[in-house]
Ligand binder design. Structure first.
Ligand code: XMP
Length: 321
């Protein structure tokens, strides 16, 4: 088995060989994978790397500030932030099919990177695009040998055919636990390395139905509450991640005070896993579930029901779309 420092040395050498004296853009999502990929490439080519953080409007609360603060503080990397919220919402208007959403989001990411490349032209030729693609992303997008396409991960199956960049994907052979060790080896802080996974397509694939500004706001508030309660119960390291999913086209009758409500359900999807290829639903303590449910239904008006997903993977996947 590879040691972590040999993975780092080997990848740094490969990146140097691939990129030569060229320049690279790295899309940062705020997640572990892109952060570790960026840190590896930075070690290899230094300030010939520019990171681009795309605010696609499908982010969780506080995500953008966290990248701008923690990642830059840890690495000193050049960071460009692009506000692409309108662009993504426009592209997703009317779309409900999960694979179409994923492909649109993957394509729009690339369009934003292409624009960034044009904007950076004066500083040089940014021909390379760094992505934090992992081995499981490749397998589940149908890129592994003989594997079925389960879902198109935004950075694999969602890439447009006319891609102009040369991809640099130093994590393509690794699993998440290895990526975390590589990140620690590169000196990234715990707040980045131990983060729970969050998918590149973000809340866009956690709204079942059309993605709209209003629905995003609802889901963002519910998600923030669930995260807050899980963190304060000390459960972050026990669960792999806990997607909160808005069933935007489903409504049910409720009662609050003297009044009838006709709101939406959200689903809690707490899972335990080693590598996301398989997962079990996490037996969260009832009192924590109760606090999450009470707070969401009290604080997010549009939501009048909180339900728990008790499906393992397989047969369910972790994300609903
Ligand atoms: P599924 O839903 O396939 O998810 O069981 C497995 C893991 O991958 C994450 N995920 C993604 N990550 N881009 C990403 O960067 C994607 O398109 C994507 N889709 C799913 C998911 O959150 C889980 O950790």
């Amino acid at each position: 088995r590879w040691t972590t420092s040999s993975i780092v040395d080997e990848q740094v050498a490969r990146i140097r060989e691939q990129v030569g004296d060229g320049k690279a853009i790295c899309g940062l999502s705020g997640g572990v994978d892109s952060a570790v990929a960026a840190a590896l490439v930075q070690r290899a080519i230094g300030d010939r790397l520019t990171c681009v953080f795309v605010d696609h409007g499908l982010l969780r609360a506080g995500e953008r500030a966290q990248v701008e603060r923690d990642f830059v503080a840890a690495t000193g990397v050049n960071l460009v932030t692009v506000d692409a919220r309108e662009r993504f919402l426009d592209a997703l208007r009317g779309v409900t099919d999960p694979e179409r959403k994923r492909k649109i989001i993957g394509r729009e990411f690339i369009r934003v990177f292409e624009q960034a490349e044009r904007d950076l032209k004066a500083e040089g030729d940014y021909r390379f695009l760094v992505q934090g693609t992992l081995y499981p992303d490749v397998v589940e997008s149908g890129g592994g040998t003989g594997a079925a396409n389960i879902k198109s991960h935004h950075n694999v199956g969602g890439l447009p055919d006319d891609l102009q960049f040369t991809l640099v994907e130093p994590l393509r052979a690794l699993f998440k636990d290895e990526v975390r060790r590589v990140g620690a080896e590169l000196g990234l802080p715990e707040t980045i390395v131990q983060r729970q996974p969050f998918p590149g397509p973000g809340l866009g694939i956690r709204i079942i139905g059309e993605v709209t500004q209003e629905r995003l706001d609802i889901l963002r508030r519910a998600d923030a509450i669930a995260r807050e309660e899980l963190t304060s119960a000390g459960l972050d390291r026990q669960i792999w991640q806990c997607p909160v999913v808005l069933l935007a086209d489903v409504r049910s009758v409720g009662v609050q005070g003297d009044g009838r409500t006709y709101g939406h359900p959200v689903v809690l999807r707490p899972v335990s896993s080693e590598d996301a290829m398989t997962a079990d639903w996490t037996r969260l303590p009832y009192d924590v579930l109760e606090r999450i449910s009470t707070r969401i239904t009290n604080e997010v008006n549009e939501v009048n029901r909180v339900v728990l997903d008790v499906t393992s993977k397989p047969p369910g996947t972790i994300e609903w779309e």
